[in-house]
Design a protein around this ligand. Structure first.
Ligand code: FES
Length: 138
């Protein structure tokens, strides 16, 4: 069944029928970086999972003190059905189902079958507060 779905998606993409990717609407998420549950975001390279937003949740990643990135966890390889996670090395993100890997700097695929980047959501930073909206920025 999964093989048939993969084949259909590839066929639709080839025919130009699928021109944009899926997206989930969600209310703006406010993250207070001083809260203990966001302790891991105190250091560059830190990340947290945010549940209940997007299609499969969000990976919130700190690139630097002033740069945070919010990636949709839904793997873009086949219908966004599988959830990407941070690899045990914490150096990249991976979907354990299809083995697609993605970098943290812009969510682009770096290995496996995925051809598209992870969906990236807009973040606004004001002092110690982040606001993540469902606006896609890539
Ligand atoms: S999305 Fe189905 S395996 Fe990566």
């Amino acid at each position: 069944m999964k093989k048939i779905r993969h084949t259909l998606i590839i066929l639709f993409c080839f025919l130009g029928i699928v021109t944009s990717y899926a997206q989930a609407a969600f209310p703006t998420i406010t993250v207070n970086l001083n809260y203990p549950q966001y302790q891991r975001l105190k250091l560059d390279g830190g990340y947290v999972y945010i549940e209940g937003a997007g299609m499969k949740g969000i990976i919130l990643y700190r690139a630097s003190e002033n740069v945070y990135l919010a990636y949709e966890r839904a793997c873009p390889y086949d219908s966004y059905e599988s959830a990407v996670q941070v690899d045990g090395s914490t150096l990249f993100m991976v979907d354990q189902t299809c083995k697609s890997t993605f970098n943290f700097s812009d969510g682009q695929p770096t290995g496996g079958p995925a051809q598209r980047p992870l969906i990236q959501y807009r973040i606004e930073l004001s002092e110690t507060t982040l606001k993540i909206s469902d606006e896609v920025v890539n």
